[in-house]
Ligand binder design. Structure first.
Ligand SMILES: Nc1ncnc2c1ncn2[C@@H]1O[C@H](COP(=O)(O)OP(=O)(O)OP(=O)(O)O)[C@@H](O)[C@H]1O
Ligand SMILES: O=C(O)C1=C[C@@H](O)[C@@H](O)[C@H](O)C1
Ligand SMILES: [Mg+2]
Length: 172
């Protein structure tokens, strides 16, 4: 079985995916980290040196390498389901389940403001109000992809452990 964690930057895919894998005794793969390992360069540097289109191309290639793994939790990048045919590949892939970690714009801004420098799409935004405006527009474009997930977990007001518990309860 495979679980794909889907959601906007800061929704908790990496942190929740890691914990879910630990509980299930599954392998854990974070697609962003997988890309960094394979390319030997940070995501921010890939964007700066080669541009977003190049990143989307390799993101799609590495993502496809992971499909079909056994007993694995995969935390996707925030944009992964929104480019190419990635969301369809997730939905069509056998023995797999997509999980959307949903959070309000306010929650995402609070989580991302301090750690935006690692994320090339938002690193340049200076104030919380700029971040709020950007995320609002961006989520409007992306939500139709995220919302196709098989399971939707609302994470507002929940601590990491509470999200994991809620997810495990929904799964089993
Ligand atoms: N439910 C939560 N409550 C409080 N903090 C959280 C929660 N979920 C995630 N965080 C924190 O928010 C930050 C972003 O989480 P994480 O890196 O897991 O997001 P992500 O969805 O993987 O983002 P990206 O798409 O950029 O990789 C981290 O510092 C994480 O500890
Ligand atoms: O939301 C996005 O488009 C991104 C999210 C991150 O996980 C990284 O994949 C990258 O910074 C792009
Ligand atoms: Mg992540």
């Amino acid at each position: 079985m495979m679980f794909f964690l889907v959601g906007y930057m800061g929704s908790g895919k990496s942190v929740i995916g890691n914990k879910l894998a630990e509980i299930l005794k599954y392998d854990f793969i974070d697609l962003d980290e997988y890309i960094v390992q394979k390319e030997g360069i940070t995501i921010k540097k890939i964007f700066d040196k080669k541009g977003e289109i190049y990143f989307r191309k390799i993101e799609n290639l590495y993502f496809k390498e992971l499909i079909g793994s056994k007993n694995t939790v995969v935390s996707l990048g925030g944009g992964t389901p929104c480019y190419g045919n990635n969301m369809n590949l997730i939905l069509e892939s056998e023995n797999s389940l997509s999980i959307y970690l949903k959070a309000s714009i306010g929650t995402l801004v609070d989580r991302l403001y301090e750690e935006k420098s690692k994320r090339p799409l938002i690193a340049h935004l200076e104030s919380k109000s700029q971040l709020t405006e950007f995320i609002g527009k961006h989520i409007f474009e992306r939500a139709p992809f995220y919302e196709q997930s098989s399971l939707i977990i609302k994470t507002d007001g929940l601590m990491v452990k509470e999200v994991v518990d809620k997810l495990v309860l929904k799964l089993f």
